[in-house]
Every structure is written in C-alpha cells, then in structure tokens.
Design a protein around this ligand. Structure first.
Ligand SMILES: *Cc1c(COP(=O)(O)O)cnc(C)c1O
Length: 373
C-alpha cells in the first residue's frame, strides 16, 4: 500500500534517544553497562517518591485527575505561580507538539538555533512547519539572539523560537540580561512567541543566569517549559510543565488529552518537589561529576565546553561512529552527536562517581585504540 504523505512527514527522521542498556547488553553480550547517554539522574528515584508510588499503586484502577488539582496547587505554592498560567503534559515533548500545532499554521516557520535540541526540529516537521536555523557563536556555542530578532522581524511567517536554557547538547546558556532584553524586544513582533525550555536550570552555577519561570506574567509572548525528567529524576514517568499566559494555557488545556498525565506521575511530582534534600544531592553529584570530567578531559587533552547542565560536550578528535563502537564494546554508552552535525563530538552525562571513573577509563582506552581523525 502506498501512503499519500506530506513531504515533511515523508522525510521525517525520528528523534533518536540514547541507546537503551538492555539493547546494548544483548548486542555486545555484556553484563556491566554504564549509560551516560540521556542526561538521566544517576541517583535513581528518591526514597520519598518511591514510598508515595508504592502507596499509589492501590489507585491505578482509577483514571487520573484531568484537572491536575493537587499537582497544580503544590507547584503554584512551591514556585509562586498562578494557577491559570500552568498546565502539564506527558513529558515536555508533548508540550512541544501542542505549541507547534496550535500556535502555528502549516507552512509557517519556527526558529531553532543551530546546535540545539533536535526534538524541536522533529516536532516542527511533524506539524508541517519550516525550520529556520539561527546562528551561534561557534567558540562558546552561545546563541546569537540578535540574529533571531533580525530573522523574525523580516519574515511574518515566523511564529516562534525555541531557546533551551541551558542548552542541550552543548551545555551553554544565555545570561539573564541578554535573554530578558531579547524577550522584551521580541514582544514587539506580532504573533511571535519565545519558548524557553528550562530542562536543566537546577544545575546552573553561572551567577548571571536566572530562571524565566515568572517572565510570562509581564511578557505574555514568553512560554516557559520545564521537565521533571532531570533534576527531579522522573524520566520514566513522563511529566512536563508549561507556564504561560492564561490565553495560551486555556487553549493548551483544550488540545491536550484529559488523561495525558498519569496518576503516578502527578503524585510522584508532588513528592519530588517537596524533597529538597534529594535535589541538593542531585546538584552536588552533578557539580562534583562535572568538575571531575573537566579535570580528566583536560588531562586527556580533549576540548570541552563548560556546562550548565548535567552533561559535558567534548570533542574526541576521533570519528564518533568508530569511537562509539569501541566504547559500546567496553560497556559504555555515551551520546555521539552525528545527527546534530558534529562528526567527532560526544555528550557525556554525569553519573555516580564510580560511573564517571568507569567512563573516563573506557574513554582513555578508546582514544588509544581509535586513530585521530
Ligand atoms: C531532556 C530534555 C527535555 C526533557 O524532555 P521530557 O520529554 O520532559 O523528558 C526537554 N528539553 C531538553 C532540552 C532536554 O534536554
């Protein structure tokens, strides 16, 4: 059967997640695998969250709360947000899809900075949107926000820009002053939205960074999305959050499915944001791990970028495909970035101290065995 498909669907390349541990074990016949490929939290699920999850198993015959009442109340209290400016989804990737769908008409365009999260592009194409790539500073991988403004002002088909702050896969970030004045300038462009994705903001150490979480109150052109997959360690349960103008949230709640967020995710998130100690430990393990990676990567004479996320972007100076196979055979899963257009670079998530040491040892071996490109 030949399907009649739109060009953008025909050419769609799906988002490629990190290689699963079980698949790697099967393929290479290994027992021990260290996966530092998906920026997951190495501490596992917090004890307090586990207790809540165990108790809530009793309630899984019921549909989840479609209005997120308890979760909304808890999140508003925690971050001092307004209820009518908040909603949730089955991971922040669901939010991307809805925004592309209801804020843009097919054939319109979204700006995505070069060297940013590939999921934005996949989502845009699914909704038959054209992707306009904005410039980055190739040394520090900072986004050229002025280039975004120039492009958006010149083309009335451009509906929005996605700013991951901090950015994945580079770990670079936009300082508060730059991003805030960019958002204010962008507000002057009709029907143009700035979507700020703060998947990693808990890990930032840079003093001139600030969360944009409250900006939509004054700047209704700003939409902030957040995930519970990283610092809150709930990647497997799928929960994302959107904070935006009430008008945006109202439509969002109409297009999403009523039961998009499962019961366990709603309950787990309430416990997770209350567990300050777990968050503190997550930050500590991340920062210690990053500093360890910086030191070891320097010793290995590899170039890397200082990261504000829970991962580091480095240049192996080897063919990434070849080095990746070598590392997989040793039981290490990192993220080669070939699909991001980086032929020799990798992204390595921070693990536990033991995992980090294992990764550096495997990498050192791999560098010996694979010739410099
Ligand atoms: C990991 C990540 C997310 C999280 O996505 P979920 O669908 O919520 O798991 C979002 N944005 C960026 C930039 C990420 O790296």
């Amino acid at each position: 059967m030949k399907l009649r498909l739109h060009e953008s669907i025909k050419n769609l390349v799906p988002y490629k997640p990190g290689k699963p541990v079980s698949e790697t074990q099967r393929e290479y016949g290994l027992d021990k695998i260290v996966k530092l490929a998906s920026n997951e939290n190495p501490l596992g699920v917090s004890k307090k969250v586990k207790q809540v999850l165990m108790a809530e198993l009793e309630n899984l015959h019921r549909y989840p709360d479609p209005s997120f009442f308890e979760l909304t109340t808890a999140v508003c209290k925690k971050w001092n947000l307004k209820k009518d400016m908040l909603s949730f989804a089955n991971g922040s990737d669901e939010i991307l899809d809805h925004l592309m769908n209801f804020l843009c008409e097919p054939g319109e365009k979204v700006v995505i900075p070069k060297t940013s999260f590939i999921a934005y592009e996949v989502s845009a194409k699914t909704f038959r949107l054209e992707v306009v790539t904005s410039k980055v500073d190739e040394a520090a991988y900072k986004f050229d926000l002025n280039d975004v403004l120039v492009k958006a002002k010149a083309d009335s088909k451009i509906r929005m820009v996605y700013i991951a702050n901090p950015n994945n896969p580079t770990g670079s970030y936009q300082p508060e002053r730059d991003l805030r004045s960019f958002c204010a300038e962008a507000a002057k462009i009709a029907n143009f939205y700035v979507v700020i994705d703060e998947a990693y903001n808990e890990f930032v150490r840079a003093a001139d960074f600030a969360t944009a979480m409250h900006w939509p109150i004054e700047l209704p052109n700003v939409i902030v999305i957040k995930t519970f997959s990283k610092a809150y360690s709930l990647a497997g349960l799928r929960l994302g959050m959107i904070h935006a103008a009430p008008e945006v949230i109202e439509v969002f709640n109409r297009v999403r499915k009523p039961f998009n967020v499962n019961w366990l995710a709603q309950k787990a998130a309430i416990a997770a944001i209350d567990d300050q100690e777990f968050l503190r430990q997550s930050q500590e393990v991340t920062w210690t791990g990053l500093d360890y990676f910086y030191k070891k990567l320097s010793e290995l004479k590899l170039r890397y970028i200082r990261s504000e996320g829970n991962f580091v972007f480095f240049d192996s100076e080897r063919d990434a495909q070849q080095l990746n196979v070598n590392l997989l055979k040793q039981g290490l899963i990192l993220r080669p970035l070939l699909n991001y257009g980086f032929p020799t670079q990798f992204r390595m998530s921070v693990g536990t101290a033991a995992e980090n040491e294992f990764a550096i040892d495997a990498l050192a071996k791999g560098l010996q065995q694979v010739e410099v490109k």
